[in-house]
Ligand binder design. Structure first.
Ligand SMILES: [Zn+2]
Length: 126
């Protein structure tokens, strides 16, 4: 269940959460009290998930990527760490991340070096 409330991390003001889907990323919700966009705030945490080692097809892995992006934006995460392995899923996910970055659904991404089987996706700016 998506959270029903969003709290401003700057001033503590609670607000009704925005219903998120892939077409309204990045979410925008100015705090009623201090005007910060509460969906750009984060608590420094990282959401980690393996999307390649449970016999996922490429379609399934791409679907999991979308679900993780939504979960990341719904939460207060700074970043998402995707375990993608070293095969075709990795190539497809990198392509999709490039596309999403151009649409600003994420901030940036890079290989979590020296581990090429993992990708670090930054949702929100420091
Ligand atoms: Zn506020």
């Amino acid at each position: 269940m998506p959270p029903r409330n969003r709290q401003c991390l700057h001033c503590g003001m609670p607000m009704p959460a925005v219903a998120l889907h892939m077409d309204n990323l990045p979410p925008v919700l100015p705090c009623r009290k201090c005007d910060h966009n509460v969906y750009q705030q984060h608590d420094g945490s990282c959401l980690t998930s393996d999307i390649a080692h449970n016999r996922e097809t490429i379609d399934k892995a791409l679907h999991k990527l979308d679900a993780l992006l939504l979960e990341g934006w719904q939460g207060y995460y700074e970043s998402i760490r995707l375990i993608v392995g070293g095969g075709l899923i990795r190539e497809q996910i990198l392509g999709q991340l490039h596309y999403y970055q151009k649409q600003h659904r994420l901030l940036s991404f890079k290989e979590d070096s020296p581990n090429r089987g993992a990708i670090l996706v930054r949702l929100r700016a420091a």
